[in-house]
Write a protein that binds this ligand. Structure first.
Ligand code: SAM
Ligand code: DTB
Ligand code: SF4
Length: 347
């Protein structure tokens, strides 16, 4: 049995209790990560942290492969929520116009194009608080069609009601993305139109439906290191932890409250972002750790450190949802330079 309180030494010796983490069906529940033990990881000398992350990464994943995932905003803008980072919230003046749900052929064309340029995963995002049943029906058709192309499928549509996760799964969805975004104690400073428990409730519906969970957060919103550790603790203590963990760097968009609050400049030392990736890798060894929003702003050198820290997936394609992503050609060149191969879907 792992001890209830993890120490740095525990982390080193048992690497997140691999044996237990690998067998979630065992009756034994994993001991929870304490925020203090995760902060101790953050506090390691940088080289030691990277070494530890590499050890865990190589124990669970091919070390020189990265999954390419393409995002498509299927329903852009006009969102009623007030997430302080988000350019799609109706109440902020960010220049993002509300658009209707994309048509099925448009989505299929985009998915086909993504597949032709090498993506093996396709994630569909909608600027909804949550889907109404009449919204969900056309999305189910999109999921069926994208799945039929042989792509791994992911969707992020907001909060789900009873039965909706099951419908998505039956249509062929592999993963549902729903981020916790930040530490519970900081959440209320970023979003007020829902609370942390609402997020956790949707995550438990997703888990119960048999869908795989994609859940991560955003770094660089003015949170403290303690709060970054608390976010990772929340993620790593989900039982089982998410199969997919997107780590976003805040993209500061003019017109959002966070842009006003943080002044538009990089709010965070980039090495702190790298540390967050490494700590996510160490605490969630088997997960796909996705280097998500903010790669353009981070630049190549920091991205390389993120790969060394255990990131093994990127969003690939010239756009995220509404903001710019590195050019696909530049990404291919970067991966080639590093000897990183695109790897196939894991489903
Ligand atoms: N509306 C749904 C929801 O909030 O769950 C799904 C779409 S929402 C845009 C998906 C995720 O994008 C958010 O949870 C957040 O983590 C991320 N995101 C949104 N705006 C961002 C920004 N400016 N920088 C970094 N990540 C962002
Ligand atoms: C995730 O964690 N990040 C992606 C995806 N899941 C849906 C979204 C990033 C959005 C960045 C801001 C934008 O482009 O609108
Ligand atoms: Fe809406 Fe999602 Fe943006 Fe929040 S993050 S404003 S819920 S689209």
């Amino acid at each position: 049995m792992p001890s209830p309180e993890r120490t740095m030494h525990d982390c080193r010796m048992d690497d997140s209790d691999l044996a237990l983490a690998d067998a979630p069906s065992l009756a034994t529940r994993r001991a929870p990560w304490t925020v203090a033990s995760i902060e101790a990881l953050f506090d390691l000398p940088f080289a030691d942290l990277m070494y530890r992350a590499q050890e865990v990464h190589r124990a669970h994943h091919p070390p020189n492969t990265v999954q390419l995932s393409t995002l498509l905003s299927i329903k852009t803008g006009g969102c009623p929520e007030d997430c302080g980072y988000c350019p799609q919230a109706r109440r902020y003046h960010t220049g993002v116009e509300e658009e209707p749900l994309l048509s099925l052929p448009t989505v299929v064309d985009a998915a086909r194009a993504a597949r032709s340029s090498g993506a093996t995963r396709f994630c569909m995002g909608a600027a909804w608080r949550g889907p109404k049943q009449r919204d969900l029906e056309p999305v189910l058709d999109m999921v069926r069609a994208v799945k039929a192309l042989g792509l791994e499928t992911c969707a992020t549509l907001g909060m789900l009601k009873d039965g909706q996760a099951e419908q998505l799964r039956a249509a062929g969805l592999d993963y549902y993305n729903h981020n916790l975004d930040t530490a519970p104690e900081f959440y209320g400073e970023i979003v007020t139109t829902r609370d942390y428990d609402d997020r956790l409730e949707t995550l438990s519906r997703v888990r119960a439906s048999g869908l795989k969970v994609c859940c991560g957060g955003i770094v660089g919103m003015g949170e403290s290191r303690h709060q970054r550790a608390a976010l990772v603790a929340q993620l790593a203590n989900l039982d089982p932890y998410p199969e997919s963990v997107p780590i976003n760097h805040l993209v500061q968009v003019e017109g959002t409250p966070l842009h006003a609050r943080l002044g538009g400049d990089a709010a965070l030392d980039p090495l702190e972002f790298v540390r967050t990736v490494a700590v996510a890798r160490i605490t969630m060894g088997k997960a796909m750790v996705r280097l998500s929003a903010g790669r353009r702003e981070l630049g190549e050198a920091v991205q390389v450190l993120c790969f060394l820290a255990g990131a093994n997936s990127i969003f690939y394609g010239d756009r995220l949802l509404t903001t710019a992503n590195p050019d696909a050609a530049a990404d291919r060149a970067l991966l080639r330079k590093l000897g990183l191969a695109a790897h196939p879907a894991s489903t």
